[in-house]
Design a protein around this ligand. Structure first.
Ligand code: THU
Length: 134
């Protein structure tokens, strides 16, 4: 992994420690780094009504937006898990990220063993997004 992402991934793993996942026991952490250096962590937060669960990357990106940051302000997003494979974002998160991140913003995915750097353009081709509603 590129050195510049190492600290961000470390913070995402710290966030994973706060995951509340009593049903799946699958723990996910995320961390957004903004261009001004500010970071926002997220973890998956489950619910007995399963559909009310919030994924880690949505928690992190919503936190950034709730604090006034917007896609142009975001430098990178790291998503980590304790799963057997790299932490690929679910379909709902891809839809959210395609609107709330720039298309080329680096997204680092790792489970601590395998890792890749991608972006939402690669993760979600043929998007339905805000441009369709203009
Ligand atoms: N999860 C995430 O946090 N991010 C993803 O994109 C994949 C799924 C969480 C949701 C749920 O708490 C657990 O992983 C199992 O689906």
């Amino acid at each position: 992994m590129e050195e510049k992402y190492r600290e961000l991934v470390k913070e995402a793993f710290e966030a994973m420690d706060n995951a509340y996942a009593p049903y799946s026991n699958y723990h996910v952490g995320a961390c957004i780094k903004c261009k001004d250096g500010k970071t926002f962590k997220g973890a998956n937060i489950e619910n007995a009504s399963f559909g009310a669960t919030n994924c880690a990357e949505r928690t992190a990106v919503f936190a950034a937006y709730a604090n006034g940051y917007r896609k142009k302000d975001i430098e990178a997003l790291a998503i980590v898990s304790d799963g057997k494979r790299i932490a690929a974002p679910c379909g709902i998160c891809r839809q959210v990220l395609c609107e709330l991140l720039e298309q080329e913003t680096p997204i680092i995915l790792t489970n601590g063993i395998d890792e890749t750097v991608t972006n939402i353009r690669e993760l979600l081709p043929f998007q339905f997004n805000e441009e369709d509603l203009q």
